[in-house]
Write a protein that binds this ligand. Sequence first.
Ligand SMILES: [Ca+2]
Ligand SMILES: [Ca+2]
Ligand SMILES: [Ca+2]
Ligand SMILES: [Ca+2]
Length: 670
Amino acid sequence: MTKQFFSQSQNVVIAVICLMSFLVSAAPASRRITIARVEPLFAAYVVNTLGDAADINVGDGRCDTDAGVDGDQCTLRGAIQEVNVGVTKEINFSLPPHSIITLDSALPDISGAISVVGPGSNTLTVQRNSAGGTPNFRIFTFVSNVAVNSTISGLTITNGRVADGGTSSDGQFGSNGVSGGGILNPTNETLTLIDLVVTGNRAGNGGAGTGFGGSGGTGGGILNSGKLVLMNSVVTNNRAGNGGAGGSGANGGNAGGVTGGSSLIIINSTISNNFAGDGGNAAPGAPGGPGGRGGGISGGGGVFTIVGSTISGNRSGKGGNGGGFSGAQGGDGGGILSQGPLNMVNSTVSNNITGDGGSGTRDGGLGGYGGAIYNQNFLNITNCTIAENQTQGFFPGLGGGIYNFTGGTVTLKNTLIANNTVPAGGNGPDLSGTYNSQDYNLIRNTSGATINGFTTHNVTGVNPQLGPLANNGGLTQTHGLLTGSPALDAANNASLPADEFDLDNDGNKAEPVPFDQRGATFSRVVNGTVDIGAVEGVTGSVPMQLLLDTSGPAANQVAALDSLIFFRDPFPVFNSGNFLNTSPDKNTRVIVFVRNLQLSTGEPASSVVVSLTDGNNQSSDIVAEDVRPCPSADFAQVTFRLPNSLPAGTYLLAVKWHAQLSNSGSIKIK
Ligand SMILES: [Ca+2]
Ligand SMILES: [Ca+2]
Ligand SMILES: [Ca+2]
Ligand SMILES: [Ca+2]
């Protein structure tokens, strides 16, 4: 070995010891989410055929798409066609693991009650074909006003896309984009979604017009106008439509993720990384359109309940660029726009951001208000954590955490609000407006807020010692409390709400809620007194840190070993050729080192994933082959194999574990 690749020689010695102890471990099964199954009332149609063929004889009570082959070749399309006309209302699936049903055109609208029982969101996907020329359509559309209860479970639905607005014949007005990219649940319908992942769907953009642009469509993931229950589900990476450009630009669509309808109940679910639509740009002298509101969720005045859920990484829309002095206002409510009564319990709102103001000929527009939540009705928050949200804008939006509009009422109990920010010159980093404290809250920064009510046991002005948003157990990401957090045992047991949804399934809905946000096995009260915030006990971990080679010519090169060439090639590792990926070193094993990564007893190496991102921002996730602590060192060695199809080049490497993402560094593959 001619050169050290760590800045500390001790680390190299330890790494060699680790390498010598390297053993390949068997790849175990991945994590699964357990779902409640809906028992059929009648026999169910069983989808056993991929593809998108239609039923050959609708109404005969058989789902068969191929008359030339014995037996029933049943597609999802065929099953829905039969359900729509017959008495059997359940659809099951018998397909290989990790199947994808690709739709070439819209499925029939669902005209009555239906129960679609998928095998699991991690193993069956229904998608709109991503090939060019595929028409725009959403995945599931329910017919209006038939007042039925339907359930869809155990699926991922993706790439729904509804139509953009056009331009009128005289070009004067753009029409509105269509709403509801993935699912439409109309007025009077009740839809329950269990273990459903709704991802990568989008509503339509508004059309352009010389007079006025059309509005962007709302509900990038789900347009709910009726009653919607989301349980054990994920709504992520969906987009509402942008407003059309015009003489005056139009507003961007609200609700990147889901709209509220008359009722929205969210239990043990995640609404993350959704985007409301941006406002349309304007012609000279005219105003741009305001950004869409409610990056994750936007309510229209119905009743909301959020229990055991995380709203994170969502963004409301950017204001359109104005042809006048100032750009338009950014959308309010980076996470949630709350316009009806909202009860929130044991939940986390984190890392959401409001839309920036548009640019103008003189200065930028006003940023959206309420990084986490914009409230204009009754908002009751109990045992929640609202952290790391922010506003932005040339004229900064108020309320990095919550903005309470005049006349709204926000009641806070046992709740932790900290580390939210507004840009320089802004006001109310954690809270803006007037608040009704029901005591035992931790509010780090009270500037910009008027706090009335009971405040004796509130904790203010201190660092809450929060861990990063991470997988601390359960179905959703949370901010754990670090050792010494002032939130520990600092809340009030008597303020715990009733177990309205009977989370422990013991038939008792009157008892205090039994679990913290993470659900079963995570008791809400540990050490006799409930903690402030969504999570009980010391659970937070310090972030994973990928070790970098600081001796190299650049600062961010990964300290890595090739398990084969290690013994015969010189270091440092940034020399191209150390990670030769062709025969005889095909599937070369590479070892990297990560601090603050320690598998639990029995936890498989496959819970660790190495992510490689190429120069075109294309990522490959590679499940680790072996993970083990290095003796006497504070880091683990992670071994993975390069895919044999990986092109040569420089990649950014990062490690994922428990939904944590490490820092990244570069690595060269020859
Ligand atoms: Ca048939
Ligand atoms: Ca047949
Ligand atoms: Ca406690
Ligand atoms: Ca109970």
